[in-house]
Design a protein around this ligand. Sequence first.
Ligand code: NBG
Length: 845
Amino acid sequence: MTDTQARQLRLPTPGCYTDPQRSGLTADDLFDSVTGHLFYTLGKLAPVATRHDAYLALSYAVRDRLMTRYLAGVEAISASPRRVVAYLSAEFLIGPQLGNNLLMLGIQNEAAEAMRRFGIESLEEVLEVEEEPGLGNGGLGRLAACYLESLASLEIPATGYGIRYEFGIFDQLVRDGWQVEITDKWLKGGWPWELPRPDQACTVGFGGHTETYRDGQGCLRVRWVPEQLAVGIPHDVPVLGYRVNTCDRLRLWKAEASESFDFYAFNIGDYYGAVEEKVGSENLTKVLYPNDGTGEGRRLRLKQQHFFVSCSLQDMVRSLDARQLPISEFPDHWAVQLNDTHPSIAVAELMRLLIDEKQLGWDQAWDITTRSLSYTNHTLLPEALEKWGLDLFSSLLPRHLELIFEINRRFLQTVRMKYPGNEQILRRVSIIAEDGEKAVRMANLATVGSHHVNGVAALHSELVRTELFPDYAAIWPEKFLNVTNGVTPRRWIALANPLLRSLLDETISADWVRDLDLLKELERFQHDSAFLERWGQMKLAVKRRLTNYVHQATGLLVDPATMFDVQVKRIHEYKRQHLNALQVIVQYLRIKHGLAEGQAPRTVIFGGKAAPGYYMAKLIIRLLNGIADTVNADPDMDGRLRVIFLADYNVKLGERVYPASDLSEQISTAGLEASGTGNMKFAMNGALTIGTLDGANVEIREQVGEENFFLFGRTTDGIEDLRQQGYRPWEWVSGMPELAEALRLIDQGHFSNGDTELFKPLVENLTGRDPFYVLADFTDYLRAQDAVSAAWADREHWNRMSLLNSARTGFFSSDRSIREYAERIWKVKPFPVTISCAIEGVESP
Ligand code: NBG
C-alpha cells in the first residue's frame, strides 16, 4: 500500500481527523486541499477558476483546519462539563474571516505560497474578494466580535448567540454628496464560514393567549398558546483563538416558517395564501435594524429579539437535558451575558422556560435566572434605552408580560420594605413606566434580573451608577461595576498593520500578540532618534497604502506626507462630525486669507454611515462632501488641505484606515459616548488623539500620558453647568469671528453651489439649540488643533508621541477586558483543549 493510500484509509479518531490534506499546515497540504475543494466542493477546473473561486476553495481548506479544533472542544466540554459563556448579542460585526483565520492558524505565508502555485501573485488579491457580513451597526457589534475572539484566544469555552440577518447593515454609496443606501447582499456569492444545523432547530411562539390548567399533581399552572410559530435554524461559525486549539462558536439563528405550506389554503386554490405564513416568518431575520432609527418596524424588532433569545435559551436548556443534568444546575453550566438591552427579554423567557416548561416554582426559577444573567449597558442616550408599549408587548408576548408584572410586583415589594412610604422611588425603579404611555423598560428589566450590571468605560460606569440608575445602585451597590472595553490586537494590529507587526516582532518578539502589555518595551526607544525615524518611515509606508486606496475609491491624489487627520465612526450629532467640519472650514479660510502660517498640511478623512431615517446625520454627510468638493477643487489648497469622505465605512475599511492615521478625532459631547473602541484602535496603531474627556478617552489619556494627548472641551460637569445656566448658542457666535465666518459661508451656499436653503436646518440647529454643545466647545477645539499643528512641525517629537501611544495601549486589549469579565462576572476559567494534531509550535497540555 502506498503512503497516499494509507493516508486515505486512515479513519478519524475521536476529536481529531489527521488527514494532512484536511488538517496539515504546510503550503503543500494547503495546495492539495485547495485543489480538492475546487474540484469536489465547487465543481470547477483550475483553468476556469475565478478569484472568487480561489477565495472559496482556500476558505474551505482553512475551515477544514478549524473543524478538528472545533470538534475537539465540543468533545472536551461534554466529557468534562464546565461553565460556558453565552454572549447574547443582536449584533456581531465579525469582519472578513479568511485573513483572520490564516493569522490565527499561523499560516499566512503558507497560504500565500499555495495561491502562488495557482498563479495568484499576492494573497491580498484573494482576501480582497471576501464580502464581510455586516451583522451590526457599529461599536457594539464590533465589540461582540472582538470579545468572542479574545474568549477563544484565552481558551475560554463560549458561544456567541445572535441573528443571521439575510441583509446586514446597508452598503453606502455617495451620490451628489448624499448618502444612498443599497441592500447588503452579503450571502449572494455563498458564505463558506457557516454550518447550518437544521437538526438543532428550535421553535418560538408569538401572540395568542395564556390559559390555566391543573397539572398531574393538581397544581395550578399556566400554559401559553401562541398564535404563530417560527422555527430557528442555527448556523454555526467557528471562532478560532490565536495559536491555540480553542475554537469557540458563533451560533446565528435564521428564521423559517414552522409550516412552510398551508395545504388547506392550497387546496381551495389560494396559492399566495398558502405561502403567506412562510414569507411572514422568514421576514423575521431578513434585515438588521439601524440602531438609531425611528420608531418604524418596532414590532418586528421586538419579534427579532424574542426570537433569537428564545432559541438561544432553549438551546442552552437542551444542552443540559442532553447530558441528563438537572435544570437546577443551569447557572453552573451557562454564564449568560446580555449585550445591551436588545436581549433583555431573556429575563422573562428564562423564567417562562423554567416555570412553564420545567415546572419549577417561582423562587427557584428566579434564583436560577438571576444567578445566570448579567447585563452590559452601552449607552445613556435616552432614545436608545428600549421601551415597549404594553399594547405591543401583550399582543406579541402575553405570557412574558404576565411574568414581568409578577417580577415587578415582587421586586417593588422589597423596595417598599426598604423605603417605606417613598412612592417616588417606586416609580423610578419600576420595570413598568407609568408616566405617559405605559411601557416595559428593558434596561430596568435587565438590571433587576441580572447579578451584575456593567458600563463600558470608567466614566460611563460612574454615570450609570450616579445618573442612570442611582436608585438601583443604592439598593444593590455590589451589583454595579465597570469593565472598560477593549479591542483585539490580532485583527487591529497584526492583521491590519503588517508593517507595524514586523517592526514589533523584530524589536519586542512576537509575544506581544498575546500579551499587549509587552508593547511597553517600545518605551526604551523613545529617545533613540534612529528608531524614531524608522517609526516615522514605517507610518509613511502604511499611509502610502491608504493613499492608493483613496485614489482608487475617489480618484483623488493625496500626499502621504501630509498629516492624516481622521474621523471614522457612525454619523451622529453627539459624535460631532459637524464640529470637525467647522474646524476644517476655518483651516480653509485661514489659507484663503494668507493666515495659515504654522498650520500643518492635512488630509482630513471622514467615513461613516448615517441611519437611513436620521435626517440631520445625512445632512452632515452632505456637508462633509460639499466641503470636500470645494476644498479639493481649489488650487490654493494644493499641498495644504484635502478633505476626503470614504464611502461605506465597515470593518474592512477600518483595517485600512486605522493603521494609516496620524490624528484620531474623538470629539463627542462629554458624557455621551459610552466608551468608543475606534479611539483604542487608532492609539494602538500610533495615532495621537484629539479628544474630549468622554468615554474611554479619559483612560486612554491616563495611559498614554496627558502630554501625548490633545485634550479640549467641557467636561460632563461643565456641560451640565452650561445646561443649567440656560445655553444660548447664538450669543456665542459674535465673540468668535472665525466661527461666525465659517457659519456664514455654509449659510451663503459656498459649499452647496450657491444653494442657500440646503444647509439651513443645520446652521439653524447649531445657532438655535445646539443640543450637543458644538459651539460651546469650538474655541477650545481650535486651540487644541493649533497645538496639533505645532506638534506636527517637530517630526521627531511627533514620532515619539506616536510611539508612546502604541507603547502604552496594552490596557485596551480585549484580552484584558475578557479576563475581567471572566474573573469578576462570569467566574469562568480557561479550559485548554488537547488534540493529537495540535497546531505547529503550540504545546498541547
Ligand atoms: C455603543 C457606544 C460606544 C461603545 C459601544 C461598545 C451602542 C448602544 N453603544 O461608545 O455608543 O464603544 O457601544 O460598548 O451602540
